[in-house]
Design a protein around this ligand. Sequence first.
Ligand SMILES: [Zn+2]
Length: 315
Amino acid sequence: MVSPQPIADPNANRMRPRVATAAPTDALPDQQQTLRRAARVTGRGYYTGDEVTVELRPAPAGSGIVFVREDCRPHVRIPARIDYRVDDMRRTSLARGNIRVEMIEHAMASLAALGIDNCELAIDRPELPAGDGSALDFVEAIHSAGVHRQRARAETCVIREPIRVEHGDAWLEAAPHPQGRWELHYQLDYSQTPAIGSQSLSVVVGPRRFACEIAPARSFLLEQEAQWLRSQGLGRHVTPQEILVFGQDGPIDNELRFDDECVRHKLLDLIGDLSLCGRRLSGRFRAARSGHQLNGALTVQIAQCCREMPQRCSA
Ligand SMILES: [Zn+2]
């Protein structure tokens, strides 16, 4: 979608095996967790093209995930909770007053799936670094920082009754999970684009499986969407080698990491969006054609249930 294009490194976008080998097990302890030490992710924001650094720092038990805009005076703290979510095109963003943090979903998914309950993300621009469109940079940062178990017990929002949201032919529902796990199923339908087609996948969220099977899946765009964004002045610095752009015959100047990489990325976004309920989750979530807005609508309802009926949440 973008030119000029740099010389392609044929291995640049392949899954980095050290993520899989460094991944921990899928069990989370009952206690809350934070990072052992700080770690940084740097890169350019996809939409703005700005160079940005985000530092992930340990945080006290009970503090949750909080973004801190350190380029503002005084610093502005924005809790990663659904109350601060604002509608944004093709991404999930938070705002406090007119101060924003944008495209938070891949960082949020990584923290939630790797069992980090408390973390401060200090950032010096409004948009998080996009990396290669996947969550690998954040997973690697968390692995390199290490995980520290805290004294306080983690809180889990347990889905006790079915909840459903829908818009047109897209829908998303949550139901109780018999084993108390956080399980997601996504049905993707791009029948107008045969190179993507229909894909579906289920995943039980856990650190190892997320790091190996979900985190490497990259954002994707159709060629006409990429052209439109470019015409709006967005993502101009990004080449098709750096993000998956689908033409009629498949990815342009790129290779898939998984045959069903698109549905894996939809699961990645869903995990990040649902994590804005502010607690760990237990439930079986099924989604069809759902995007950030519908994911946000369900998260509002889950957070409301937890607030109004705290007995639904295990503390
Ligand atoms: Zn995404």
